[in-house]
Design a protein around this ligand. Structure first.
Ligand SMILES: CCC/C=C/C=C/C(=O)SCCNC(=O)CCNC(=O)[C@H](O)C(C)(C)COP(=O)(O)OP(=O)(O)OC[C@H]1O[C@@H](n2cnc3c(N)ncnc32)[C@H](O)[C@@H]1OP(=O)(O)O
Length: 306
């Protein structure tokens, strides 16, 4: 009895540990076909994700919440993907949550009789939607988004989880939730004040839900650059993405992970975190290759995918 128990423990233990730490990498071919997203590779190592419900202003349905999460967590583990550019197909970047979905979710919760069950239904949906938005932040590859025309509600939440934000001159934004009777709950309240660095501005935008244009978005620091139109933006942004993709992916990804880790922690914790990461990464080949190329004024080296 005791021997078989020991055997069972000995056999199961390592597998348990391995399954907890094992993160699968994917090949390009394994990226699923999406209903609401288009994914392409316009430049080597640069992936382009497009919100693709143009007839419905790229609004978030249940499928889209699910697909965005799958897409970014999969791209995070595709070694050939080093940078992701996010845009929207059609007239608008994104009109926020699909209002029909919102009403339908409320109706489904309403069908449950007990308040605790109704609450659990809402809780689970909000958590799922939050995790979807956070999947951009959790993706270890830099995410650059470019908005054009409308960027409303859930879409503002979405872009605040990206690493770099650009927009076109015709862009406008609205943290619209209060206007539809909701407190924003998928990240804008947490991320927007940190991005704009001004609690008063962030609060005004969130309390009023008012529209603001590209010029104001640049002034408050929501976007770092405004391009004349979407075509020009894409050309320039793909160049920027290509330049990032040519750097050591080990260095770029550690930089993203450290920035995300440090954004809500004291400096000492962030410093310890990057110290530990670099105590491993600095032993890798990328540092030697890149440093020698710099020192000898040689062309930038090629780096292996990670
Ligand atoms: C747990 C999750 C919590 C998440 C919460 C998120 C909350 C939010 O996102 S609040 C914001 C909700 N969105 C809105 O209030 C936007 C409402 N729409 C608009 O203001 C305009 O439609 C828009 C500026 C997006 C586009 O205007 P435009 O004049 O260019 O076109 P329209 O003819 O109005 O729209 C084109 C088609 O898109 C459909 N559509 C637009 N927005 C939505 C939406 N939010 N939900 C569902 N469908 C939307 C619109 O009906 C048109 O389709 P069709 O009628 O078939 O032609």
């Amino acid at each position: 009895m005791m021997t078989s128990l020991i055997k069972t423990i000995a056999f199961n233990q390592p597998r348990k540990v391995i399954s907890n730490i094992f993160v699968r990498t994917f090949s390009k071919a394994e990226l699923p076909q999406f209903e609401t997203l288009l994914v392409s590779e316009p430049k080597k190592y640069v992936y382009h994700v497009e919100l693709n419900r143009p007839k419905k202003s790229n609004t978030f349905t249940r499928t889209m919440w699910q697909e965005i999460q799958t897409c970014f967590s999969t791209l995070s583990n595709i070694p050939q993907c080093r940078v992701i550019v996010l845009t929207g197909q059609g007239k608008h970047f994104c009109g926020g949550i699909d209002l029909q979905t919102l009403v339908q979710m409320a109706a489904e919760a309403e069908e449950l009789e007990d308040v605790a069950r109704k609450a659990r239904f809402h809780y689970n949906f909000i958590k799922y939607a939050q995790d979807t938005i956070s999947s951009l932040e959790e993706c270890v590859k830099p995410v650059i988004c470019v908005t054009h025309n409308a960027c409303i509600g859930a879409a503002v939440n979405l872009i605040t989880a990206a690493d770099i934000r650009y927009c076109t001159e015709d862009s406008w934004f609205s943290v619209r939730e209060v206007i539809v009777g909701l407190a924003p709950d998928v990240g804008a309240l947490q991320r927007l004040p940190k991005i704009v660095g001004n609690g008063s501005v962030a609060r005004e935008l969130c309390f009023t839900g008012r529209n603001f244009d590209a010029k104001e978005a640049k002034e408050i620091g929501l976007v770092s650059q405004v391009f004349p139109d979407k075509d020009t933006a894409l050309v320039k942004v793909l160049e920027i993405a290509e330049s990032i993709a040519a750097k050591s992916p080990v260095a770029v990804q550690a930089t993203k992970v450290s920035l995300v880790y440090s954004q809500s922690r004291p400096n000492q914790e962030g410093l310890e975190h990057i110290r530990l990461i670099n105590s491993v990464n600095n032993q890798g080949e990328d540092l030697t290759k890149a440093a020698i190329a710099q020192a000898t004024k040689s062309p930038p080296p090629d780096f292996d995918n990670v």
